[in-house]
Ligand binder design. Structure first.
Ligand code: GLN
Length: 475
């Protein structure tokens, strides 16, 4: 679809005068216009993107450009960009303008990426279908009656439909990997702490991560290389050094030990997805990889644990939206209490309210020990399972989602059914490990199927190497 294979080849084309960056930005702007019905963007910054294209093209010609010069980037609308709106797809923040840029945004701009717009998502990143947005649902480009996945649905669609080169999403329980699987693109959730979250609107602070969507592993790696690293503005970002990933993507067959868990290939998994994942595993074996069975005995508790802990954290994080400090304030109130109540009632959508109530409940005096404290303990068991598994293997292979993209409206009236969309993804956030979605096949209806790779904490390099190997040799 794009007139280049990846970002490196695009940069070469611009350098040699074979591609004009302005034409390229116009190409994306036209495609965004033609695909408006997908509703992938909340805001498009056409004029500025064009101005940047001209400036950056000059820098490229004079050799004074940054590492991501001319990369056209879309940013999920939960990340701050100075002087631009950050709405979190919520009426609560519909008129909010960011006072500063998120560290990731700043780092990417410093390397001359061009931000073309902000993408639609589930409200405050809560959801698996992108149906919970004050800007309306995002449509799956493969079948407009289906969801793109969530919560970073707009970012997944922006890459899948050719509306940008790379996009940023956030992943608290699967919101990068699941929409990447539903839309047939690559999506990476880095290790907790690998990427600064300064400037990200918090949902569940001990889970939230920021990562890229891309059409190929090379682009994803280049963007991660720039995004990753310690940030003095985020005390949860890790001082662990970031290795050179870009020049080390090539993997010799058989060099990594692979693991599969029967907990991930059992009941509830669509037979077509199971078959597609098993075919990849078989091919990898035939190419010389050793595949071992590992066990994740606490896997059955991941969804319950995830929803207790994340709603608790969300109820606390979202307390700041009270009508006084940020965003929406109800006009119809005669007392302070009433102002709080009606601002929050009118400003938040129903899924956000559901989570605030659930989170407040699990943290309440009578139930804290029974739910919150117990879930914290189970979280540790889940992490220990992965620690054990990674003593034996380097990479764990799994499906990303139990189904392909489902129909709009199919699960929206049943929150529990919706929560099960995250059955294979939340464990990585509970354990803090990195996870990668790779598009591997299409089902009989032509809908994308994704496979997920996990690695141990801070081992993004092996994750990307394995992803690159599969991209080049298997799928
Ligand atoms: N679907 C999950 C949820 O609704 C994941 C959200 C996310 O990763 N931001 O909580």
């Amino acid at each position: 679809m794009l007139p280049y294979k990846n970002f490196s080849s695009k940069l070469q084309l611009v350098k040699h005068g074979k591609l004009s960056l302005l034409d390229n930005v116009n190409f994306f702007l036209n495609r965004i216009e033609e695909n408006k019905h997908l509703n992938a963007y909340n805001f498009v910054f056409g004029c500025e993107a064009k101005e940047q294209a001209v400036k950056i093209e000059e820098k490229i010609k004079s050799g004074s450009h940054g590492k991501l010069a001319g990369l056209v980037l879309a940013v999920k609308d939960v990340l701050s960009i100075k002087d631009k709106p950050t709405t979190c797809s919520s009426n609560m923040l519909r008129d909010f303008t960011s006072l500063y840029s998120a560290t990731v945004v700043k780092k990417l701009l410093d390397e001359d990426a061009i931000i073309i717009g902000k993408t639609n998502c589930d409200e405050f990143a809560m959801g698996s279908s992108n149906e919970n947005s004050a800007f309306g649902p995002v449509l799956n480009p493969y079948d407009n009656e289906r969801v793109p996945g969530g919560s970073s649905g707009g970012s997944a669609v922006a890459v899948a439909a050719g509306l940008c080169d790379v996009s940023l999403g956030t992943d608290t329980g699967g919101s990068i990997r699941q929409p990447a699987a539903f839309c047939g693109v690559f999506g990476l959730k880095p290790t907790y702490g690998r990427v600064s979250r300064y400037g990200l609107t918090a949902f569940a602070s001990s889970f939230d991560t920021i990562g890229p969507f891309a059409n190929n592993i090379e682009d994803m790696t280049q963007v991660l290389q720039v995004m990753a690293g310690h940030d003095t503005n985020d005390s949860t970002s890790s001082p662990m050094p970031v290795p050179d990933m870009i020049n080390n993507l090539v993997l010799n067959a058989g060099k990594l030990r692979l693991g599969i868990a029967k907990e991930y290939l059992g009941e509830g998994l669509s037979p077509e997805i199971k078959k597609a994942v098993e075919e990849i595993i078989a091919k990898l074996k035939s190419l010389g990889f050793q595949v071992e069975e590992i066990h994740l005995p606490h896997n059955e508790y991941t969804i319950a644990t995830y929803y207790i802990l994340t709603t608790a954290e969300a109820s606390s994080n979202l307390a700041r939206y009270d009508g006084a400090r940020y965003g929406y304030r109800s006009e119809n109130s005669s007392s302070l209490m009433e102002m709080y109540r009606s601002s929050r009632s009118e400003g938040f959508g129903s899924e956000v309210k559901r989570r605030i109530m659930l989170g407040t409940y699990v943290l309440s005096a009578g139930y804290y020990d029974a739910y919150y404290r117990k879930a914290q303990k189970v979280r540790r068991f889940i992490k220990n399972d992965f620690d054990e598994a990674f003593k034996k293997v380097d990479i764990i292979l799994a499906p990303t989602s139990p189904t392909v993209a489902f129909k709009i409206g199919e699960k929206s009236s049943d929150p529990l059914e919706m929560y099960l969309s995250d059955i294979y993804t939340t464990s990585a956030n509970l354990a803090g490990i990195p996870g990668l979605n790779i598009p591997i096949a299409k089902n009989s209806a032509g809908l994308p199927i994704g496979m997920q790779l996990f690695a141990k904490q801070f081992d993004e390099l092996n994750l990307l190497k394995m992803g690159y190997y599969i991209q080049e040799n298997v799928s």
